[in-house]
Write a protein that binds this ligand. Sequence first.
Ligand code: ADP
Length: 448
Amino acid sequence: MTRTSENPERSASRRRWIVGLVLAAAFVSLALLDLSSWLFLRRMGRYFQDDLATHLVSVASLGARLLEAEYYPTPQSFQDDVQRSLVRAALLHLQVENDLQAVYLIDRDYRVVLASRAEMLEGEPLSYLVEDSAAIRQAWQGVPAASALHVIAGNRFLSAFAPVGVGAAGPAFVLAVEANAAFFDILRVFRRGLVVGTTLSLGLLLLFGATLTWSVRALLRAEESLRRRERLAVMGQMAATVAHEIRNPLGIIKGTADVLKQRYARPEQADELFDYIPEEVERLNRLITDFLLLSREPDLHPEVLDLGALVQKIAKLAEREGAGTVTCEVEDGLPAVSCDPGAVERVLLNLLRNAREASGTEGRVSISVFSRGKGRKRAVCVAVRDTGPGFPDEKQVGRIFEPFFTTKPTGTGLGLAVAETLVKAHGGWMEARNLPDGGAEVRFCLPV
Ligand code: ADP
């Protein structure tokens, strides 16, 4: 049976996709669900409005027929008080029977002729009826009709109009029936609530999505760092064993080379062959030390010191050891920093070595030491700049601190990884970038 392990990067990106898809699906479903509920409520409102209008039109028509049959209403017949009170009572009866808000007769000037309710002043025009003029005009032409929904003094209502006492000159009056339509207010409140609820829930979903995405990213980062630590722990164990096994023979080789040099080197000839052995032994030793440094928490011995002065000292040392000319610029009045001078030396020498390798013997390498930030965020930074080709792209800049990442044929890819480990152990950080005029800058910053 074969077992394949999935590439962690692919699995992380698949998980990100799944989370994104689930969130998008939830967002779209919620929006669709709320939209369909909103449309349903609107349709329901229209249906009930049509239904109420039809009902009112038939009530108005029936009422008009009733008045015609019993009271023969004409402007002349309504001069009589007895007749007027009889018709008023009939209108009130129609109102109560059909659970209406008001029933009244109007003339062509929208004036109330007779009304079921005492507060409707007879002889006075009703200004709001102008809004219903289309339906009223239809009624004067002999066809009953309903108005649109109205809001008067905060009350919503619907009216219907029917012609009464149709003679040669058209109807004598128009009968108006008004019904309370507060129900539509409730529907509107529901619709508004739905819009507010949808907006809120979609907003919350977005917030939740952002938090989830952030958490997933943090989780994936933590997973990646755990994997890295595991890798390093395994490597550390190996490095410790290998270092132990290799260092002893290296010591013997170096000692032997020294003895051989003393015994056989001829002062009249430049016998650099004798120097190769100790140099290569030293290189192997450095490699082993890098391995060990990467594999365990660095053992720091911090001192409060002037980083500018320390950097100048290390730059001189590097020049003496063949790093070429290194110009050094230090900002005045830098605050003291607590750091391990040995660790700083190691970090800076690594950066200088890379800068020299990148810019070649003709290129320029410079260091500048300056402070950044304020208060608790204040730090002193050391930037190493060179005139080399710089980093080919952003992707590479993102990888240069990874252990074993190298673009050099004989590189180990441990220099910057070790440097970053040491800097982070001080609570500091490292950054790398291409300079606008060409060349690269790698800097480390230590908190004050
Ligand atoms: P190594 O020097 O053994 O390759 P490092 O960790 O020191 O390992 O560097 C990793 C990689 O970062 C280098 O191989 C190189 O590609 C890139 N790098 C580091 N410093 C510079 C620089 N000053 N200019 C251009 N590239 C650099």
